[in-house]
Design a protein around this ligand. Structure first.
Ligand code: ADP
Length: 540
C-alpha cells in the first residue's frame, strides 16, 4: 500500500472505526462546513453583521474548535466531549436566526452523527433533543410560527436523529460482531496453547508438514532429534539430508528416502526405522509413522509424522540376535559330534536290541535338537539381512517324495496316514536344501497337528507358469484370529500348547521367508477342528 493509501486508511479508522473518534477532526469538519455556509451566504448578498446571531454562532464554533484542541479530553469523563457537538448544534441554531432563513439545516447531521457515533443510542437521543431544542425551537421562535418553519424545524430534528440512530445501531452491531470475533480468537488461542502443551508433553517427536513440504511445526521432543540429525541446522523443508541412517545404522539416507520427503509426497507408513546422529554413543534409533492430512475437499493438505525413540529396543534386538546366533553356533559343534558317534554306534552289529532302541531315541532327539538349532540360526541370520538362496535345477518331485518318506515313522507313531501325489519329475530352479526344509516343515506340521486316524495329502503340480505344492490335513485346524499370526516368529496357537504338541513356532516363519525369497507365496485355508490346507506357489 502506498503512503497516501495508508494515510487514508488511518484517517478512515480515526473517523469511523475506533471507539474514540478524533475530536479535533470532527470539530474541524463541522467548523469548515459551517464557515462554508456563512461564506456562501455572504457571497449570495446577505452579509453577516458582527453583532448578529449567525456571527455569534461562528464565534461559538470557533470557541468549540479551540476547546477541541486544548482541552485534555482523555482526562475528563467520557461524556464530556459530547459538549462539543451540542455546542455545534447551538451554533447552527444561531446561524439560522437571520432574515435570509439561511444556515443549512442539513449541517445538524454532522454533530448528530458524532453523538450517535460516540455515545450510541444515548447519543442519538441527545442529538434529537439538541436538534429540536437548539435548532428547531429557536428557528420557529425567530421566524414565527408557520407551516414552512414548522416543517423545516421538524425535519431537521427527525433527519438528525435518524442519522444518529442509524450510525449508533450499525456501530453496535459492528462492536458485537467484533467482540464475538475476539472471543472466538481468544478461544482458539487458548485451544492452541492447550494443544501446544500436550504436544510438548508427549514423549514422541512430532512434525507437521504443509502441502508444499515446509515444516509447519515441531514439538520440543523432536527438537532433540533434529539436533542429532542435523547438527548444521535445518532449513525447515522436507527431504533435507543429514546424519540420518537406515535401520542397520550403516547407510546414510538420501533425499528420497527421508521420512519427511516420503510423507510430503503423500505416502503413509508405519514403523519405518532409522538411526539419527553420527556419534555411536549418542545416536538414537527412531521408529517413524506418517499420515496424510486432507483438506475439507479431500486434497493433500500436508502430513503429520510421529517419531518414537526405539534405541533400547533396537539395541536389545541386536543383542538377542547376536546371542541366538552365537549360542546356536556353539551348540552345533558338540551336536555334530554326538550325531556322528551315535551313528557309528548304531552301525555296530554286536549291540543288544534294548541298547539299539535307546540309541535310536538318542538319535531322534539329537535330530530334533539339530533342527531346532538350525532354525534358530536361520532366524538370527534372517534378522541380519535377506536370505541367501543358491538356485540350481532341482527335481522337486523327488524332494517331496523324500520328505514324505522321512515323515513316515512319525506318521506311523501318530496313527496318521500320508498320501502323496507327485509327477515323475518336476525340475525347477530352486535352492534344493531350502525347498526340502519347506516341504519338511509343512508335512511334519500336518502330521503333528493331526489326530490319530487322520489323513495327510501332499500333492505337487504345475499350473500354467507356477509350481503348486499343497499339503492338506484333517487335523485340529487353526482359528481365524490365529491365521494372521501363524507366520510370525515364535507364534504357537493355544490349541498346540494345550495339546502339548512339541514345537517352538519357528518353522512357518522360516518356510515363509524361504518361499518369498524364491519369489513365491504361501497361503493357508483352515477352520478350527476342520483341518488345514497349506498352499505354496512358486514361479517356474
Ligand atoms: P511349531 O510347529 O514349531 O509350533 P510352526 O511355525 O511350524 O511352529 O507353526 C506355528 C503354529 O502354527 C503352530 O504352533 C500351530 O499352532 C500352527 N500350525 C502350523 N501348522 C498347522 C497345521 N497343519 N494344523 C494346525 N495348526 C498348525
Amino acid at each position: 500500500m502506498g503512503h497516501l493509501g495508508r494515510r487514508i486508511q488511518v484517517l478512515r479508522e480515526r473517523l469511523l472505526f475506533t471507539d474514540e473518534p478524533d475530536t479535533a477532526i470532527l470539530q474541524g469538519i463541522f467548523a469548515l462546513l459551517f464557515m462554508l455556509d456563512l461564506t456562501l451566504r455572504t457571497a449570495g448578498g446577505t452579509p453577516v453583521d458582527a453583532g448578529s446571531w449567525p456571527a455569534a454562532g461562528l464565534g461559538l464554533v470557533l470557541a468549540a474548535c479551540v476547546a477541541a484542541l486544548v482541552v485534555p479530553w482523555h482526562r475528563l469523563p467520557a461524556w464530556a466531549v459530547g459538549v462539543l457537538p451540542v455546542l455545534d448544534l447551538a451554533a447552527l441554531g444561531m446561524s439560522r436566526m437571520s432574515n435570509d432563513v439561511g444556515g443549512a439545516g442539513i449541517l445538524a447531521v454532522v454533530p448528530a452523527l458524532w453523538l450517535g457515533r460516540q455515545f450510541g443510542l444515548r447519543g442519538a437521543g441527545v442529538a434529537v433533543l439538541g436538534a429540536a431544542v437548539l435548532v428547531a425551537v429557536p428557528n420557529i421562535v425567530y421566524q414565527g410560527v408557520s407551516g414552512v418553519a414548522a416543517s423545516r424545524a421538524l425535519l431537521i430534528a427527525v433527519v438528525a436523529g435518524w442519522a444518529a440512530l442509524v450510525i449508533a445501531y450499525a456501530l453496535e452491531k459492528l462492536r458485537a460482531s467484533r467482540d464475538a470475533a475476539e472471543a472466538a480468537l481468544a478461544t482458539l488461542e487458548a485451544e492452541r496453547r492447550f494443544s501446544d502443551a500436550i504436544l510438548d508433553t508427549v514423549d514422541v517427536g512430532l512434525v507437521l508438514l504443509a502441502a508444499d513440504g515446509t515444516y509447519r511445526g515441531i514439538n520440543r521432543r523432536h527438537e532433540d532429534f533434529m539436533r542429532l540429525a542435523f547438527p548444521d541446522g535445518h532449513l525447515g523443508r522436507a527431504g533435507q539430508t543429514g546424519e540420518v541412517y537406515d535401520a542397520n545404522g550403516t547407510a546414510l539416507l538420501g533425499r528420497e528416502q527421508m521420512p519427511t520427503y516420503r510423507a510430503s509426497q503423500g505416502e503413509e507408513y508405519d514403523d519405518v526405522r532409522m538411526w539419527v546422529g553420527g556419534d555411536p554413543l549418542t545416536r538414537r534409533a527412531l521408529s517413524v509413522s506418517a499420515r496424510r492430512v486432507a483438506s475439507p475437499h479431500g486434497e493433500f493438505a500436508g502430513a503429520a509424522l510421529a517419531y518414537t525413540d526405539v534405541t533400547d529396543f533396537m539395541r536389545l534386538l541386536r543383542v538377542k540376535d547376536e546371542f541366538v546366533a552365537s549360542v546356536s553356533h556353539e551348540l552345533r559343534t558338540p551336536l555334530t559330534s554326538i550325531v556322528g558317534y551315535v551313528n557309528i554306534l548304531l552301525e555296530r552289529e554286536d549291540l543288544p536290541p534294548d541298547v539299539v532302541a535307546q540309541l535310536e531315541v538318542v538319535a531322534r532327539n539329537t535330530d530334533r535338537l539339530n533342527r531346532l538349532v538350525a532354525d534358530l540360526l536361520h532366524t538370527a541370520k534372517s534378522a541380519a539381512g535377506p536370505m541367501h538362496v543358491v538356485r540350481a535345477p532341482t527335481d522337486l518331485a523327488a524332494v517331496v517324495r523324500d520328505s514324505v518318506e522321512a515323515a513316515g515313522p512319525a506318521a506311523a507313531r501318530a496313527g496318521v496316514s500320508v498320501q502323496v501325489a507327485v509327477p515323475e519329475t518336476l525340475t525347477v530352479m530352486v535352492d534344493q536344501q531350502r525347498m526340502a526344509q519347506v516341504v519338511d516343515n509343512l508335512v511334519s506340521n500336518a502330521v503333528k497337528y493331526s489326530l490319530p486316524g487322520g489323513l495327510v495329502q501332499v500333492s505337487l503340480g504345475l499350473d500354467v507358469d507356477r509350481v503348486e505344492l499343497c499339503v492338506i490335513d484333517s487335523g485340529i485346524g487353526i482359528s481365524s484370529a490365529d491365521r494372521d499370526r501363524l507366520f510370525n516368529q515364535f507364534f504357537r496357537s493355544r490349541q498346540a500348547e494345550e495339546r502339548s504338541i512339541q514345537g517352538v513356532g519357528l518353522g512357518l516363519s522360516i518356510t515363509k521367508s524361504i518361499v518369498e525369497s524364491h519369489g513365491g507365496r504361501i497361503e493357508v485355508e483352515s477352520e478350527l477342528g476342520q483341518g488345514s490346507v497349506f498352499r505354496v506357489r512358486l514361479p517356474r
